[in-house]
Design a protein around this ligand. Sequence first.
Ligand code: BES
Ligand code: ZN
Length: 577
Amino acid sequence: MTDMNPDDSASFSRPDECRVTSLHLNLDVDFVSRTLCGFVDLAVKRMKDGVHNLILDAQMITIQKILDVDYGQELKFTLGENSAIFGSKLEVQLPVSASKCSHKIRVHYETSPQCPALQWLRPEQTLGKRHPYLFSQSQLRTKTNYMYGYCPHYRPFMPGAYFPVKIPQGIRSLTQQSIIGPRSKVWTEREMIEEAAYEFSETEKTLQIAESLMGPYIWGQYDVLVLPPIFPFGGMENPCLTYVTPTLIAGDKSLVDILAHEICHSWTGNLVTNKNWEHFWLNEGHTEFIERKVTGRLHNSKTLPQFMAAGKAVELKEIIEEVLKNGPYTRMIPDLKGVDPNDAFCIVPYEKGFTLLFYLETLLGGPEVFEKFLRAYVENFKQQSIDSNQWKDFLYSYFHDKTEVLDSVEWEKWFYGQGMPPVMPKYDDSFAVPCKLLCQRWSTSADNDLDQFDPSDLTSMAPLQVVECLGLLVEDPPLSLIKIQKMNELYKLNVTKNSEFKFRWLRLCIKAQWKESIPRVLDFINEQGRMRLVRTLYRDLCGWEDARPTAIDNFKKQRGEMHHILETMLSSDLKLG
Ligand code: BES
Ligand code: ZN
């Protein structure tokens, strides 16, 4: 589209000309009509002389009127045609008299039930099953000056605490809160509050480790909201209030590395952020890199980060080669012109980004040197949206005495090359060795020689090692049914509470074409809505002739219950339109 922001092909907005500097929402929530209705006050700042219009992105909202707050007069506006991917362009004519510095406007509007930023749940879709529920999610839609019916990236919706207006009691009572640290509460439905508080009780410790690496946490409060299972991601770094899926609650804190990841976004993502979604690796690659350092420190281990990275490198290879077929979305910086960023979303910016940073760290003198760079990077670009070239220029200026080393990096290949990264580091494998051994034993042993296995094979390992083992087995040729059944008998994988174990276990069952596992796979697919888990399992099911019709049938039955992002992605994966 010709009208898009030259710096962000997913947005109409022109923050270089005129931008929103703050907002206050005042909205009524109507669960019956599934609408938000009210107004938002925007402080608007002109960035250039001769600019008289403010451009915002909007999608599926009706605008009643727009007022000049100081003078009360109505302002003219146009709302462009709706495009399914990018929404519509909202152009507001500012009064000519408006000064360059700051101007307040009030937009009266109403959302529609189909607003893609909002997810309305029936009571049955919650744990308590008594109250309806509403949450917002819209990262990867447009980023700046966005007016999806609320401001997505900068204001969490659900808990009243951050709302500039009072939330009526009925809405607030849906989420209970429990204090888990001096600056942290966990919010969730009453039924889950204790488990959640236990699972995330290391939040303060994690924050402190992250601060020791990256500098002070500037956002004040750091809370966690555990959403209903329909939430399509592992976590989402809404400032001051991370959203997480309930599938992180394993009962033993074994999946909290995702929380560490979201915490690290407080620096890379929320303090320095990507200019547009092509440079998403700046957010996610840095965050993965810092997250692994933080998790390593949390467990007092120097090699844990490399173990975590090695496991993901296996996954990266599978996705790049088997799923994306070395195509255009395997670039670290993809070309997203005219493309829905959700279509391109995958593990690549995370893991190629991580790999580049790890490679550079080794090249430039190790963690001590490189961690200082990371901190300086955030300090230098804080409160800015940047692209990869700005990052690279800063890297060169910071390491100005090492330009020769930097010139040896194949930048073009790292940034724009398709397929696997140009260099794959050799990661420390001390944690991985027992996993590889166990995996090999399962793969190579004869069906009549399974007495060598024992429940302690897995119980003696750390949860991340179990994940690794199962992950390695998924990449190997399918196991025989006899082995799969023995494995289940010994390791009780059908009843595990750990969603990452279960996910890999079910993949193994599908690969082994164990028919009885199909209903269990469908149950898991239907009881939670994490994109990564659900899309992969559908893909696996569809690769098995006998299961494909059942999978498609299940999707058709369930699609009305899904988060719309997941539904869209699945219908394209399954080619159902
Ligand atoms: N910001 C992402 C979640 C996200 C990505 C939302 C793209 C919408 C579009 C979040 O920080 C994240 O990366 N979550 C991961 C977990 C992480 C540990 C890799 C997830 O949800 O799987
Ligand atoms: Zn992330």
